[in-house]
Design a binder for this molecule. Structure first.
Ligand code: FES
Ligand SMILES: [Fe+2]
Length: 340
């Protein structure tokens, strides 16, 4: 059902107009095995495939010969073979073989900088070389830590990347929309700008008196606390988020986006519950946190889908301080996408 919705969104995708330079999710790593995969990214068709060395590649879908879709082809001897006349392309996009002929010198497919970490295949959007590396949480790598429990979510939405990401900087909606059981307003703090890399917009949100995701039930799991903290390491295209109760980390996650096209995105969450993750209690806590994140996504997405187009925002109040900060940061990286 979810897959069908993404496909519908992909079919209607238009090129993105206000996207920040940065790392975006082409596919979850687990979905890329032997066959090349189609991915609509930034409003255009792409092919994602794995070479003989296991490395992932993301390239424009159109074959430079006669325009056949390369995702209809197959991987042969570590190259991507077009289904139409069997021209083959390597991971750098160069045409390395044409049946019975010498490959034309200028035959190549557009190739995007690609990485694989935290369980995702990432592609770099924007002019020029990548300016930093995508997030790489140890608990989310292919070889998971034995003490962690992991879960993943992927939800299609009409929201733009900026809307999806700024949601984490918005403490008031956590209480108003998600019913976060805290008392009082969040304290929002930002790290000193001189200690932070230029590609990051970090924030910490702290609330007094947290009663866990499920109130009384949370008490049984030891999730209630005098202080609840959300620590956010934010880039313009993705985030690492850690949740703490009384200084004890509950779980951490990567929030990332596939921008299929203008107002067509997939919100990806990859999470690791790392406190007491090995035992039965760890399993139960993982289920509680998964339910918590799933319910939050169910609450966010219907609202996201109704937001006015154009990333508009009306009246700002003090609780929007971090959202405003992120918006300014994000727009700098939108400019970088065009300038490189
Ligand atoms: S269209 Fe791809 S090889 Fe001819
Ligand atoms: Fe939310």
């Amino acid at each position: 059902m979810r897959q069908k919705t993404s496909e519908r969104l992909a079919a209607a995708a238009r090129p993105v107009s206000n996207l920040a330079s940065g790392w975006y999710v082409a596919l979850p790593s687990a979905e890329l095995r032997g066959r090349p995969r189609k991915a609509t990214l930034f409003g255009r068709g792409h092919v994602v495939w794995r070479g003989a060395d296991g490395r992932a590649h993301v390239q424009g879908a159109a074959c430079p010969h006669a325009g056949a879709a390369l995702y209809g082809g197959k991987v042969v001897d570590g190259t991507l073979e077009c289904p139409f006349h069997r021209w083959r392309f390597d991971g750098s996009g160069t045409c390395v073989s044409v049946p019975g002929r010498v490959p034309p010198r200028r035959a190549a497919v557009a190739t995007l900088p690609t990485r694989e970490s935290s369980g995702f295949v990432w592609v770099w959007y924007g002019k020029g070389a990548p300016r930093y590396e995508p997030p790489d949480l140890p608990g989310l790598r292919a070889r998971r830590l034995p003490s962690t429990r992991n879960f993943r979510l992927a939800d299609p939405t009409r929201a733009t990347t900026r809307r999806i990401l700024e949601n984490t900087y918005d403490p008031d909606h956590l209480v108003a929309l998600h019913g976060l059981t805290v008392t009082g307003d969040a304290r929002i703090t930002f790290p000193p700008a001189d200690g932070l890399p230029e590609e990051r917009c970090d924030a910490t949100l702290t609330w007094p008196s947290y009663r866990g995701p499920l109130g009384a039930v949370s008490n049984v799991f030891g999730l209630n606390a005098d202080e609840f903290t959300l620590r956010l390491r934010g880039w313009a295209s993705c985030q690492e988020i850690e949740y703490y109760a009384d200084g004890r980390r509950l779980y951490r996650m990567v929030l990332a986006v596939t921008p299929i096209g203008e107002h067509h995105s997939v919100q990806h969450i990859s999470a690791a519950v790392d406190a007491d993750g090995a035992g039965v209690m760890g399993r139960l806590r993982s289920l509680v946190h998964r339910a918590e994140v799933q319910v939050a996504a169910r609450q966010d997405l219907p609202v996201f889908d109704t937001l006015l187009p154009g990333d508009r925002h009306g009246i700002y109040v003090p609780g929007d301080e971090a959202v405003r900060r992120f918006r300014r940061f994000y727009q700098q990286w939108v400019e970088l996408a065009q300038r490189g």
